[in-house]
Structures are given as structure tokens and as C-alpha cells.
Ligand binder design. Sequence first.
Ligand code: URA
Ligand code: SF4
Length: 212
Amino acid sequence: MDGNRCDPELGKIAEEIMRCKRCPLYKTRKNPVPGEGRCDAEIMFVGEAPGAREDETGRPFVGAAGKLLTELLEGIGVKREDVYITNVVKCRPPGNRDPTEEEIAACSPYLLRQIKAIKPKIIVALGRHAAKFLYGQAGLKWVNMTRMHGKIYDAVISGVEIKLMATYHPAAALYYPKLKPLLVEDFQKLKKLLEEIRNSAGPRGRTILDYF
Ligand code: URA
Ligand code: SF4
């Protein structure tokens, strides 16, 4: 992308997460999982919370669901290292239970700051928890995944203008194989959206009108 637009805030956020005790999850985590990827990524993926493998390694989406996410990205010609991947909640809930409202409230300011620092063009919510949170931030009404998956909305989150898309969590598609084609379809929509965005703005964000 623009090369030198890495915001140093991104590293500071990760440092704060590494020593965070803002909710009880710090007591049971092995490693917090701040997120990883390009600081100037065009696309940001937001999951729910780290699982066992993520807790062990400190990296997001490195288990079975992560392998599927990487494959889905490859399927649309995007490299995993070119996007940014994180979660709403940065520490693993014990036994992979759902994060509580309190944990989401305590942790989500980190995600909002990451969005502000990265300024992605597209945010993809992976699964219901991330989708509900991000739809809420965007002032959009969340119904359910069956209704909302693959829909692309113009939204402003953390003061950043983005396109927001929710899709099924890759772990859900591993559990219910019938969901996988829907996930593949939604990634095709993502591919098209990415092409549209790339075609409409040149390297300095110009449109064709700037040349007349
Ligand atoms: N599931 C998530 O929601 N996030 C991860 O990082 C891994 C699995
Ligand atoms: Fe802090 Fe978030 Fe971890 Fe809770 S889950 S301790 S708020 S980083």
C-alpha cells in the first residue's frame, strides 16, 4: 500500500495487551493474542477470541480454523501476510466458552484502536460475535448470520470509512460442512470488492477524474 503509513500506535496497543489485566481472562491465558499482519492492510479479519493453539502460540487463527482461513484467502489470490488478523477478545476464554459481555466491553477498545491505526478499507467479521460487535459499532442492525452473511455495508468504525462484511466463522464451516460453500461464496464477494476498490483508487488514492 502506501508504504510508510505504519502507525506506531499499533505496536503500543500490542504492548498494552501483553500486560493487560482489564478483565479476568488474564488469569487463565498462557499468551495474549494481539493480532498479526500488515500495519497498512486493506483487509482486516476479526474473529471472536483465541482458542487453544492461539493461546499457546500468541498468534491468531493458527489452529484448524486458521488453516481454513488461510486456504480461503489463497482461493481469492490474497496472501495471509498481506491482511491483518485479530479478534474482538485478545485472551482465550477457558474451555473456549463464549466471551461474556463484560469481557467484550473490557477488551474491544483495543480492537477499535487497531482499526483506527490500520485504517483498513474492508473489515470482515468472522462469526456471530465479531459480527454483532462490529454491526453495533457501525450502527447497523444485526439480525442473524443466515440473513446477513455476504452483505456489504458502507460503515464508519473508529472514524474510519470501511466496507463491512460478516461471514461464517471458519470453525463453524469445519463443524457444519454445509456452510463451507457459503463461506467460499462470501470470499468471492470479497475478491470482487477488493478489485473494485483497487480499480477505483490509484496509488495515491486518485480517481480517473483527477487526470482531467
Ligand atoms: N477462533 C477465533 O475466533 N479466533 C482465533 O484466533 C482462532 C479461532
Ligand atoms: Fe485485557 Fe482483553 Fe485479555 Fe481481558 S481479554 S485481559 S481485556 S487483553
